[in-house]
Write a protein that binds this ligand. Structure first.
Ligand code: PEP
Length: 247
């Protein structure tokens, strides 16, 4: 396994002025980070991130990408457009998109494949709702979600990043314990091992209220290869502490 990956997901937050201040504070403090670092911004700010982050140790990406190549898909953003703005990553299948935009496992898999086809690394989010966890369905849900991607992208599965994000932990301040998260990550690693000879090549990130205080214990787990960070990626000091904890 290479370095861990710490990716921020700003969600629908930010402004030109706020982003500039946030990114400058991150750049001032980041030094030589012990992990790979990325920020995933709302699409209108990708040009700003490109200008601010070019040549820095922080990569950038989008929070979604269209499954289609181009054409009559009003409101969607193509992978070629993301390439134009230097994106390295695209989050796909975030639970907020599955929940509010009706994204199915098949749509998420098609988006992941479209990203891969242009050399953008999809960060594929999987995770169970509270009701699914309480019904003991966590394992079957995350395996179903990942299976759709494995089925669609085939041997390219080693090029994706997986983010395990229990839906009940996102933005709630409730974090899976390191042991709970590790158990699910081990399930996902075993599923990857059945699909590729190199399952350790795939970063499996944990996401769900990861913060400066809990990052080190989560990142110490053997199958937690980094974090997808929502709220704490909007505060430079917190985000930098998470990056430091990934060393
Ligand atoms: C996310 O949105 O991917 C996320 C993990 O959010 P938070 O860290 O705020 O729970």
């Amino acid at each position: 396994m290479s370095k861990k990956l710490i990716a921020g997901n700003w969600k629908m937050n930010g402004s030109l002025a706020a982003n500039e201040a946030l990114v400058q504070a991150m750049l001032a403090g980041i030094g030589q980070p012990p992990a790979e670092v990325a920020l995933c911004a709302p699409a209108p700010y990708l040009a700003q991130l490109q200008a601010l982050l070019q040549g820095s140790p922080i990569a950038w990406g989008s929070q979604d990408v269209s499954a289609h190549e181009q054409g009559a898909y009003t409101g969607e953003i193509s992978v070629a457009m993301l390439k134009d703005f230097g994106c390295r990553y695209a989050i796909v299948g975030h639970s907020e998109r599955r929940q509010y935009h009706g994204e199915t496992d098949e749509i998420v898999a098609a988006k992941a494949q479209r990203a891969l086809s242009s050399g953008i690394t999809p960060i594929v989010c999987v995770g169970e709702t509270l009701a699914e966890r309480e019904a003991n369905e966590t394992e079957s849900v995350v395996k179903r979600q990942l299976a759709a991607v494995i089925h669609t992208v085939g041997h390219c599965i080693t090029e994706i990043v997986v983010a395990y994000e229990p839906v009940w932990a996102i933005g709630t301040g409730k974090t899976a314990t390191p042991e709970m998260a590790q158990a699910v990550h081990a399930v996902l690693r075993a599923q990857l091992a059945a699909a590729t000879t190199n399952p350790k090549r795939v970063h499996i990130l944990y996401g769900g209220s990861m913060n400066a205080a809990n990052a080190a214990s989560l990142l110490a787990q053997p199958d937690i290869d980094g974090g997808l960070i929502g709220g704490a990626s909007l505060k430079a000091a917190d985000f930098l502490q998470i990056v430091a904890a990934a060393g």
